[in-house]
Design a protein around this ligand. Structure first.
Ligand code: AR6
Length: 183
């Protein structure tokens, strides 16, 4: 697998990205919030919340590290995959594994729904305070791990909202390519 062809880095607003599924950094209530969650619900309209309510009625929310899927409403994407990142607590509460679970479970759900392209925000790195460089490393490694076991996904786009995050994810990607001897 050629990493550079499959994992793309972008700076900007994830609600504008035209892919099969965009991932939302939600909370376990699935009832919306601030940050990227707020932006996705605002831009996508009420159909997304309606989808979330149906999931809550069925299974009572979404646990940390797990993922659920709804329509993307008015967004260019077809689906929104909502995942719940861990709140950073100094690395003492299994946050690393839980963050990796978010990326893995979101991608597995995308594959199950026949998506070929998926865009992620930097999950947990806003209000949930996960250290950026560490989160970037977990993101690129987990995405690589899933991509290397499937042909279903053509492209995963890591969408950074600011230059500092972009730089750190870029560094993590460079390190991954080096480690895998893959340019
Ligand atoms: N496009 C791409 N990235 C964005 C956008 C956007 N439009 N807006 C923000 N970001 P956060 P969390 C980046 O706080 O830390 C919510 O209230 C942002 O710069 O949205 O997982 C939920 O309801 C940061 O890098 O998510 C939860 O309660 C990243 O997205 C809680 O916040 C994630 O920041 C989840 O916290």
């Amino acid at each position: 697998m050629n990493i550079a062809q499959k994992i793309e880095l972008r700076l900007g607003d994830i609600t504008k990205v035209d892919v099969d599924a965009i991932v939302n950094a939600a909370n376990s209530s699935l009832m919306g919030g601030g940050g990227v969650d707020g932006a996705i619900h605002r831009a996508g309209g009420p159909d997304i919340l309606e989808g979330c309510r149906a999931i809550v009625a069925r299974q009572g929310g979404c646990k940390t590290g797990e993922a659920v899927i709804t329509t993307a409403g008015k967004l260019p994407a077809r689906f929104v995959i909502h995942t719940v990142g861990p709140v950073w607590q100094g690395g003492t509460k299994n946050e690393q594994t839980l963050l990796a679970n978010c990326y893995r479970n979101a991608l597995l759900l995308a594959i199950k729904n026949e998506c070929r392209s998926v865009a992620f925000p930097n999950i947990s790195t806003g209000v949930y305070r996960f250290p950026l460089a560490y989160a970037a490393e977990i993101a690129v490694n987990t995405v690589w791990e899933v991509l290397s076991h499937t042909n279903q996904l053509d492209k995963v786009i890591l969408v950074c909202f600011d230059a500092a995050s972009y730089y750190l994810v870029e560094q993590a990607l460079v390190a991954l390519k080096k480690e895998k001897n893959n340019n």
